[in-house]
Ligand binder design. Structure first.
Ligand SMILES: N[C@@H](CCC(=O)N[C@@H](CS)C(=O)NCC(=O)O)C(=O)O
Length: 220
Protein backbone atom coordinates (compact mmCIF):
# COMPACT_ATOMS: atom_id res chain seq x y z
CA UNK A 1 0.00 0.00 0.00
CA UNK A 2 1.25 3.49 -0.81
CA UNK A 3 1.82 5.91 2.08
CA UNK A 4 1.25 9.64 2.18
CA UNK A 5 4.07 11.79 0.86
CA UNK A 6 6.00 13.67 3.54
CA UNK A 7 7.74 16.98 3.01
CA UNK A 8 10.43 17.93 5.54
CA UNK A 9 10.71 21.66 5.14
CA UNK A 10 10.78 25.11 6.70
CA UNK A 11 8.30 27.88 5.99
CA UNK A 12 10.99 30.44 5.12
CA UNK A 13 13.20 28.15 3.08
CA UNK A 14 12.99 29.11 -0.56
CA UNK A 15 14.04 25.67 -1.79
CA UNK A 16 11.18 24.22 0.28
CA UNK A 17 8.79 26.86 -1.04
CA UNK A 18 9.63 25.76 -4.62
CA UNK A 19 8.54 22.21 -3.85
CA UNK A 20 5.39 23.34 -2.01
CA UNK A 21 4.40 25.32 -5.12
CA UNK A 22 4.92 22.30 -7.37
CA UNK A 23 2.88 20.08 -5.02
CA UNK A 24 0.10 22.68 -4.88
CA UNK A 25 0.03 23.21 -8.66
CA UNK A 26 -0.39 19.47 -9.09
CA UNK A 27 -2.95 19.24 -6.30
CA UNK A 28 -0.94 16.60 -4.43
CA UNK A 29 -1.63 15.78 -0.82
CA UNK A 30 1.32 15.54 1.60
CA UNK A 31 2.22 15.67 5.25
CA UNK A 32 4.01 18.89 6.25
CA UNK A 33 6.89 18.17 8.61
CA UNK A 34 8.62 21.32 9.86
CA UNK A 35 12.39 21.43 10.35
CA UNK A 36 13.24 24.67 12.12
CA UNK A 37 16.42 25.97 10.46
CA UNK A 38 16.92 28.94 12.76
CA UNK A 39 16.89 26.51 15.71
CA UNK A 40 19.33 24.22 13.87
CA UNK A 41 16.92 21.30 13.74
CA UNK A 42 18.42 20.40 10.34
CA UNK A 43 21.74 19.73 12.11
CA UNK A 44 20.24 17.47 14.79
CA UNK A 45 20.91 13.71 14.76
CA UNK A 46 17.20 12.87 14.20
CA UNK A 47 17.22 14.77 10.93
CA UNK A 48 20.68 13.51 9.94
CA UNK A 49 19.28 10.00 10.14
CA UNK A 50 16.93 10.93 7.28
CA UNK A 51 18.85 13.53 5.34
CA UNK A 52 22.37 12.91 4.03
CA UNK A 53 23.04 16.56 3.24
CA UNK A 54 21.27 18.06 6.27
CA UNK A 55 19.27 20.45 4.11
CA UNK A 56 15.60 21.10 3.44
CA UNK A 57 13.53 20.22 1.54
CA UNK A 58 13.47 16.44 1.79
CA UNK A 59 10.59 14.57 0.21
CA UNK A 60 9.67 11.12 1.39
CA UNK A 61 7.64 9.68 -1.47
CA UNK A 62 4.57 7.48 -1.19
CA UNK A 63 6.85 4.47 -1.67
CA UNK A 64 9.23 5.62 1.10
CA UNK A 65 11.96 6.89 -1.22
CA UNK A 66 13.87 9.87 0.22
CA UNK A 67 14.64 12.62 -2.25
CA UNK A 68 16.71 15.74 -1.67
CA UNK A 69 17.40 18.78 -3.89
CA UNK A 70 14.32 20.80 -4.80
CA UNK A 71 14.92 20.71 -8.57
CA UNK A 72 15.31 16.93 -8.58
CA UNK A 73 12.20 16.61 -6.39
CA UNK A 74 10.12 18.83 -8.69
CA UNK A 75 11.23 16.94 -11.79
CA UNK A 76 10.39 13.66 -10.03
CA UNK A 77 6.91 14.98 -9.21
CA UNK A 78 6.50 16.17 -12.78
CA UNK A 79 7.40 12.77 -14.18
CA UNK A 80 5.24 10.81 -11.75
CA UNK A 81 2.27 13.23 -11.89
CA UNK A 82 2.52 14.73 -15.38
CA UNK A 83 -0.55 17.05 -15.25
CA UNK A 84 -0.27 19.99 -15.18
CA UNK A 85 3.18 19.80 -16.75
CA UNK A 86 5.90 21.95 -15.20
CA UNK A 87 8.21 21.56 -18.20
CA UNK A 88 7.37 22.17 -21.87
CA UNK A 89 6.80 19.28 -24.25
CA UNK A 90 9.72 20.16 -26.53
CA UNK A 91 13.43 19.80 -25.80
CA UNK A 92 14.26 23.42 -26.63
CA UNK A 93 11.52 24.72 -24.34
CA UNK A 94 12.61 22.40 -21.53
CA UNK A 95 16.21 23.60 -21.84
CA UNK A 96 15.10 27.22 -21.65
CA UNK A 97 12.85 26.69 -18.65
CA UNK A 98 15.62 24.79 -16.86
CA UNK A 99 18.04 27.61 -17.69
CA UNK A 100 15.68 30.18 -16.13
CA UNK A 101 15.13 27.97 -13.08
CA UNK A 102 18.83 27.27 -12.64
CA UNK A 103 19.80 30.91 -12.97
CA UNK A 104 17.96 31.30 -9.67
CA UNK A 105 18.59 27.93 -8.03
CA UNK A 106 22.27 27.66 -9.02
CA UNK A 107 23.45 31.26 -9.45
CA UNK A 108 21.61 33.22 -6.75
CA UNK A 109 20.37 30.92 -4.02
CA UNK A 110 23.65 29.13 -3.06
CA UNK A 111 25.35 32.46 -2.35
CA UNK A 112 22.61 33.49 0.05
CA UNK A 113 22.02 30.32 1.94
CA UNK A 114 21.90 30.23 5.73
CA UNK A 115 25.21 28.35 6.07
CA UNK A 116 26.97 30.75 3.70
CA UNK A 117 25.66 33.80 5.57
CA UNK A 118 26.62 32.21 8.89
CA UNK A 119 30.16 31.57 7.59
CA UNK A 120 30.48 35.19 6.52
CA UNK A 121 29.54 36.36 10.00
CA UNK A 122 31.01 33.69 12.30
CA UNK A 123 34.22 32.81 10.47
CA UNK A 124 35.02 35.80 8.28
CA UNK A 125 33.73 38.24 10.92
CA UNK A 126 31.66 40.35 8.57
CA UNK A 127 29.24 42.63 10.39
CA UNK A 128 25.49 42.67 9.76
CA UNK A 129 25.77 45.52 7.26
CA UNK A 130 28.46 43.76 5.17
CA UNK A 131 26.48 40.51 5.24
CA UNK A 132 23.37 42.31 3.97
CA UNK A 133 25.40 44.01 1.25
CA UNK A 134 26.66 40.58 0.12
CA UNK A 135 23.12 39.26 0.10
CA UNK A 136 21.62 42.19 -1.81
CA UNK A 137 24.49 42.35 -4.30
CA UNK A 138 24.11 38.74 -5.46
CA UNK A 139 20.32 38.87 -5.52
CA UNK A 140 20.34 42.01 -7.62
CA UNK A 141 23.01 40.75 -10.05
CA UNK A 142 21.13 37.49 -10.45
CA UNK A 143 17.70 39.03 -10.92
CA UNK A 144 19.00 41.53 -13.47
CA UNK A 145 20.39 38.57 -15.45
CA UNK A 146 17.03 36.83 -15.05
CA UNK A 147 15.22 39.90 -16.37
CA UNK A 148 17.50 39.94 -19.44
CA UNK A 149 16.67 36.30 -20.05
CA UNK A 150 12.94 36.99 -19.84
CA UNK A 151 13.34 39.91 -22.25
CA UNK A 152 15.17 37.66 -24.73
CA UNK A 153 12.57 34.87 -24.78
CA UNK A 154 11.64 33.71 -28.26
CA UNK A 155 8.01 34.11 -29.35
CA UNK A 156 6.98 30.64 -28.16
CA UNK A 157 8.23 31.39 -24.63
CA UNK A 158 6.55 34.77 -24.23
CA UNK A 159 3.40 34.86 -22.14
CA UNK A 160 2.01 35.54 -18.70
CA UNK A 161 4.56 33.43 -16.83
CA UNK A 162 8.31 32.82 -17.06
CA UNK A 163 7.72 30.59 -20.05
CA UNK A 164 4.40 30.73 -21.88
CA UNK A 165 0.97 30.98 -20.36
CA UNK A 166 1.18 28.44 -17.56
CA UNK A 167 3.50 28.17 -14.54
CA UNK A 168 6.61 26.00 -14.93
CA UNK A 169 9.64 24.97 -12.91
CA UNK A 170 11.03 28.47 -13.54
CA UNK A 171 8.07 30.11 -11.76
CA UNK A 172 8.48 27.66 -8.87
CA UNK A 173 12.00 29.07 -8.46
CA UNK A 174 11.31 32.72 -9.16
CA UNK A 175 8.56 33.39 -6.62
CA UNK A 176 10.47 32.20 -3.51
CA UNK A 177 13.51 34.22 -4.59
CA UNK A 178 11.40 37.38 -4.84
CA UNK A 179 9.92 36.68 -1.39
CA UNK A 180 13.44 36.43 0.02
CA UNK A 181 14.60 39.53 -1.83
CA UNK A 182 11.70 41.49 -0.36
CA UNK A 183 12.43 40.17 3.13
CA UNK A 184 16.03 41.37 2.86
CA UNK A 185 15.05 44.72 1.37
CA UNK A 186 16.81 44.20 -1.94
CA UNK A 187 16.58 46.79 -4.68
CA UNK A 188 14.01 45.41 -7.14
CA UNK A 189 13.94 48.37 -9.50
CA UNK A 190 14.42 47.77 -13.22
CA UNK A 191 12.81 44.32 -13.14
CA UNK A 192 9.42 44.93 -14.80
CA UNK A 193 9.06 41.55 -16.54
CA UNK A 194 10.24 39.59 -13.52
CA UNK A 195 7.92 41.38 -11.09
CA UNK A 196 4.95 41.12 -13.45
CA UNK A 197 5.41 37.34 -13.61
CA UNK A 198 5.73 37.22 -9.81
CA UNK A 199 2.47 39.12 -9.46
CA UNK A 200 0.64 36.81 -11.87
CA UNK A 201 1.92 33.77 -10.00
CA UNK A 202 0.80 35.19 -6.66
CA UNK A 203 -2.70 35.67 -8.04
CA UNK A 204 -2.98 31.88 -8.29
CA UNK A 205 -4.32 29.88 -5.31
CA UNK A 206 -1.52 27.27 -5.60
CA UNK A 207 1.17 29.91 -5.03
CA UNK A 208 -0.84 31.49 -2.21
CA UNK A 209 -1.27 28.15 -0.45
CA UNK A 210 2.47 27.45 -0.69
CA UNK A 211 3.68 30.83 0.60
CA UNK A 212 5.52 31.07 3.93
CA UNK A 213 2.71 32.86 5.79
CA UNK A 214 0.30 30.02 4.92
CA UNK A 215 2.56 27.32 6.40
CA UNK A 216 1.77 25.54 9.67
CA UNK A 217 5.16 26.56 11.13
CA UNK A 218 4.87 30.21 10.00
CA UNK A 219 6.13 32.87 12.38
CA UNK A 220 5.43 36.57 12.15
N1 LIG B 1 20.15 23.17 -3.80
C1 LIG B 1 19.35 22.75 -2.68
C2 LIG B 1 19.46 23.77 -1.60
C3 LIG B 1 18.93 23.25 -0.28
C4 LIG B 1 19.22 24.25 0.80
O1 LIG B 1 20.32 24.80 0.88
N2 LIG B 1 18.22 24.51 1.64
C5 LIG B 1 18.41 25.50 2.66
C6 LIG B 1 17.13 26.22 2.98
S1 LIG B 1 16.54 27.13 1.59
C7 LIG B 1 18.95 24.84 3.90
O2 LIG B 1 18.57 23.74 4.26
N3 LIG B 1 19.86 25.56 4.56
C8 LIG B 1 20.45 25.12 5.77
C9 LIG B 1 21.81 25.74 5.94
O3 LIG B 1 22.25 26.45 5.05
O4 LIG B 1 22.41 25.48 6.99
C10 LIG B 1 17.90 22.55 -3.11
O5 LIG B 1 17.51 23.12 -4.12
O6 LIG B 1 17.15 21.81 -2.45
Amino acid sequence: MLGRMKLYNYFRSSASFRVRIALALKGLDYEYLPVHLARNEHLAPEYAARSRDGLVPLLETDTGLRLSQSMAIIEYLDETHPRPALLPADAAGRAQVRALAQSIACEIHPLNNLRVLRYLVRDLKLDEDAKNRWYRHWVREGLLAFERQLAARPADGQGAFCWGDAPTLADCCLVPQIFNAQRFDCDLSGLPLTLAVHERCMALPAFQRAQPSACPDAEA
